[in-house]
Design a protein around this ligand. Structure first.
Ligand code: HEM
Length: 149
């Protein structure tokens, strides 16, 4: 990867995160996953998490992906849907190719701790008031995903 300054890295990652959650919170299906968290908070958390994983300044103070998602049911379709939305965000804000590639590699490294292979009983609340987020993909969206593949 090209050498980026901390400022450049932060700028590119922030712009892509901001655009990704803009798209996510506007998306009639995908926004359901984010109903318990404010857009600006998750945008900041995702940015700091990614900057740190890219080797930039250590500013992230949230949970690791394994502990951030046990209440969210994510299957392969949902994973793919998120990745497609992220790629649109990269495109919209002109994220450099090498940053896109590294970002997707980092995501892939955490996939095994986020993805569910069984039903919603695999999900566990993180605390007493946590809601289980179980939003299986509607058939018409699955068909769209298949068509695009
Ligand atoms: C389809 C896949 C995914 C879905 C549906 C999803 C959904 C969510 C949701 C709903 C939250 C908010 C949880 C809360 O209420 O605190 C969250 C937080 C977060 N997610 Fe994801 N996520 C996905 C994949 C990923 C991936 C691939 C990464 C990074 C490798 C990631 C990193 C994070 C981080 C850093 C937070 C913030 C945690 C915190 O503030 O403690 N997520 N995600």
């Amino acid at each position: 990867m090209k050498k980026y300054t901390d400022e450049e890295l932060y700028k590119y990652i922030f712009e892509a995160s901001e655009e990704f959650y803009e798209l996510a919170y506007k998306d009639e299906y995908f926004k359901k996953f984010f109903r318990n968290i404010e857009q600006d908070i998750i945008t900041t958390q995702q940015t700091d998490f990614m900057v740190q994983n890219f080797g930039g300044p250590k500013m992230y103070c949230g949970r690791m992906p394994k502990d951030a998602h046990p209440q969210v049911w994510v299957d392969e379709n949902i994973w793919q849907y998120r990745e497609d939305l992220l790629k649109i965000a990269f495109e919209n804000v002109n994220t450099p190719e090498d940053i896109q590639e590294k970002w997707l590699k980092i995501d892939a490294a955490f996939k095994h701790v986020i993805i569910n292979h069984g039903g919603p009983s695999e999900c566990t609340p993180r605390d007493k008031i946590d809601e289980i987020i179980y939003e299986p993909m509607p058939e018409y969206l699955k068909a769209k995903l298949k068509k695009a593949a």
